[in-house]
Design a protein around this ligand. Structure first.
Ligand code: PEP
Ligand code: MG
Length: 764
């Protein structure tokens, strides 16, 4: 602490009046900002005004007398804004400063950071009290920040910058341009040599890249702090591989310390750093699917497709997405929705195809009809530019330059190490040939969830799917199913061929009906023509199918109970495709047929019987005695978890559908929770989004119970997870602990899951 009296002592003792008063004005400024919450900029403004009046450019040109003047203005400003004088008692100064550090644990940035990094609230924070050293004592003093390796690309070189005659905050403030650390060898050679020597010792000691802050006070070097440095994903892999090659760490240690989530950075485009620095952020929402995207705004999938044909880059902006948006999402650089959570249609689909998506942006006011929305005080029309950072959930004005994804040899090395340690199998959630190919390249060991309703997203297919949904009677439905059978058989042949003998789990159709009903007039007219119905009749049929709670409505196995012909069609397609692939390509497949949304053993028995009977028919028609297949179920309704022992008597495998299991256990809509969860975070009721990170405490209990009950009846039951949590590192660690067979996640998360599974095994 400094006050009006001790500042004089400091000046006398050091014989450097300018230094003493510069330190005092810095202290008032920093204390007011960090401890009292007065905006730093306001003080900078005062300082600028005084410099201007004296025709000075740099802070260090201010004399001791100038600084005394600054201090008086600062103190007056402090009193005016805070209604009390700047405290003169050093004990009061210290106490308030310590309290400020503890309080920082509760600020919104810290809450956000903890949520992103899985840090529990109850860890709390610590306070270090250090004596001051001064880099502002003249030309043999200075201060800087440096890393032992390059944090952007991992190159082994000391990387950093410093300023002579300055304190730490000047380096970051950017008022003077700092020098590259290598120049310190000329300015203050002995301090530089010592700095290099100590930084080597620190890196060897901590066995990790260090981020160090130092000050030189009249030629003497002080280290203020050292910590493991933050780095890009590319640098993280480079450093890990180099350190293994240097013999500093083992592959096990390398794997343990990598940040699995950060791998996503490597697989998606990101913003060019320099362009991002000049960008204006206008809002943020849920980081539903990672990557950076910039393009022109379009409000419908069809307008987006037209623009794409004109070679424009497109951002699709929707209130929420539905199956007819899929092609638009596919060609768009990114998708932004006003509604929906981390497991909403937009989020799940975007993650599957690997494009950027920000969902649940409730600050946005969107008028889809008039093609306009407002956000952060700006109004956007069709064709305006917008940029999205799906990794962080940040939304920017304009067209920010992006740089493409890049993976190199280090990635393969790290993945091979991870595979040698992990016990969990990693499968993928894939519904299309492209998803499956991508996932296989990323190392997926099979398909853990093929959402078969997602196979009908193309224009013609969704039309036929709707004909089936809207059929007025069984005959019409069976007719519509004929077209779907052709698609299904062809798709399964494709998936089996790509997976080349690896397991493929197909889930029977599970369409929340509100996602599939036609909305646009043109689609309704087409259906009316094709189904020999009037437009009114189509509207009438749609009205009949409308539900108050579609997520708890006529979906999952309930659809197969009402219309078993749908399940029969799918069973036929799954098995006919397996026979075809076996005969034509000699690929042995063991299809795993998964029945969704079971809550009652009799539901499972009913649907299973239909499926088995149809399979028997197919085998007879093809003169085949037997084919390997498994029938299992999803555990996604709490009742199924409670009665998992009964269910295991009929199911050969369980796959935990933790999206619905979370929705129904919390009684929290997966599509609407984004609207109010922020209050839950700020009030510390929830520390994380239960749809992103599995709630071990509650939902996890149901999962654990179902695992134990399932195994008690069927010892070798295959157990997996296919909710979005299957790609989340902390949830994967939980799955490892429960001894699940596999986790299944979207293709771009497969590498993350491989690494996280290895980390979980090593942690054990
Ligand atoms: C789930 O509920 O976790 C699941 C995988 O199914 P869907 O997301 O398709 O409802
Ligand atoms: Mg589900």
């Amino acid at each position: 602490g400094l006050n009006d009296i001790s500042v004089k002592g400091l000046a006398n003792k050091t014989g450097n009046e300018r230094f003493a008063y510069d330190s005092y004005r810095r202290f008032i400024q920093m204390f007011s900002d960090v401890v009292m919450g007065l905006e730093k900029n306001k003080f900078e403004y005062v300082l600028e005004k005084i410099k201007e009046s004296k025709h000075l450019k740099y802070d260090f040109e201010l004399t001791a007398n100038d600084l005394m003047e600054v201090i008086e203005v600062y103190k007056a400003f402090y009193k005016e804004n805070l209604g009390q004088s700047f405290p003169q008692d050093p004990r009061v100064q210290l106490k308030l400063a310590i309290e400020a550090v503890f309080k920082s644990w509760d600020n919104p940035r810290a809450i956000y950071y903890r949520r992103m990094n899985d840090i529990p609230y109850d860890w709390g924070t610590a306070v270090n009290v250090q004596s001051m050293v001064f880099g502002n004592m003249g030309d043999t003093s200075g201060t800087g920040v440096a890393f032992t390796r390059n944090p952007a690309n991992g190159t082994k070189e000391v990387y950093g910058e410093y300023l002579i005659n300055a304190q730490g905050e000047d380096v970051v403030a950017g008022i003077r341009t700092p020098e590259a650390i290598s120049k310190l060898a000329q300015d203050l050679p002995s301090a530089y040599d010592e700095f290099i020597k100590i930084s080597n010792i620190l890196e060897k000691h901590y066995k990790d890249m260090q981020d160090m802050e130092f000050t030189i006070e009249e030629g003497k070097l002080y280290f203020l702090q050292t910590r493991n440095g933050k780095r890009t994903a590319q640098a993280a892999l480079q450093i890990a591989c180099d350190m293994v090659d240097e013999g500093l760490i083992t592959p096990k240690e390398a794997i343990k310390r990598l940040d699995a989530k950060a791998l996503e950075q490597l697989l998606h485009p990101k913003f060019d750093e320099t362009s991002l620095k000049n960008a204006t952020k206008i809002g943020s929402a849920l980081p539903a699917s990672p990557g950076a995207a910039a393009g022109k705004i379009y409000f419908t999938a069809s307008a987006a497709k037209e623009a794409h044909k004109r070679k424009e880059k497109v951002i699709l902006v929707r209130l929420e997405t539905s199956p007819e948006d899929i092609e638009g999402m596919h060609i768009a650089q990114g998708t932004l929705t006003a509604r929906g959570g981390m497991t909403s249609h937009a989020a799940v689909v975007a993650r599957g195809i690997g494009t950027c998506c920000i969902s649940g942006c409730s600050q946005m006011e969107i008028d889809e009809e008039n093609k306009v929305f407002t956000l952060g005080g700006h109004t956007f029309n069709e064709g305006d530019y917008l940029s999205l950072d799906g990794t962080k959930g940040d939304i920017y004005l304009g067209n920010i330059k992006t740089v493409p994804a890049s993976i190199d040899g280090n990635f393969g090395r790290i993945m091979a190490w991870a595979d040698s340690f992990r016990k969990l199998e990693i499968r993928t959630n894939a519904d299309t040939i492209n998803d499956a190919k991508m996932a296989k390249e990323f190392g997926a060991q099979g398909i853990g969830l093929c959402r078969s309703e997602h196979m009908f997203f193309q224009e013609q297919r969704i039309h036929n799917m709707r004909k089936m949904i809207l059929a007025r009677n069984e005959a019409e439905r069976i007719n519509a199913l004929k077209a779907l059978l052709e698609y299904q058989r062809e798709d399964y042949i494709g998936l089996y061929t790509i997976m080349n003998g690896l397991p493929v789990t197909v889930r029977l159709i599970d369409p929340p009906l509100h996602e599939f009903l036609p909305k646009e007039d043109s689609q309704i007219e087409l259906l009316a023509r094709d189904m020999n119905m009037s437009v009114e009749e189509i509207h009438y049929q749609c009205d009949l199918l409308k539900e108050e709670n579609p997520m708890m409505g006529h979906r999952g196995c309930r659809l197969a109970v009402t219309y078993p012909e749908i399940a029969r069609m799918q069973a036929r397609a799954i098995i006919e495709a397996a026979i075809y692939v076996k005969n034509s390509s000699k690929i042995e497949v063991t299809p795993e047929i998964m029945i969704p949304l079971i809550g009652e053993i009799k539901e499972l028995q009913y649907v299973k019987t239909e499926v088995v009977n149809e399979i028997t028919k197919v085998l007879e028609e093809n003169n085949i005695d037997n084919i390997d297949y498994k029938i299992g179920t999803m555990i996604e309704v709490p009742r199924a978890a409670l009665l998992a022992d009964e269910i295991a008597s009929e199911a050969e495998f369980f796959s935990f559908g933790t999206n619905d299991l979370t929705q129904m256990t919390f009684g929290l809509s997966r599509d609407d929770s984004a609207k109010f969860l922020d209050s839950y975070y700020s009030k510390k009721i929830y520390e994380s989004d239960p749809f992103s990170r599995l709630d071990e405490h509650g939902v996890g209990k149901l999962v654990e119970m179902a695992v134990l009950k399932g195994r008690s009846i069927r010892k070798d039951i295959k157990l997996g997870i296919c909710g979005e949590h299957g790609g989340d590192p902390s949830s994967i660690a939980f799955c490892h602990k429960l001894g699940l067979t596999y986790v299944s996640c979207s293709p771009y998360r497969v590498p993350i899951a491989r690494l996280a599974a290895a980390q979980a095994a090593l942690e054990e």
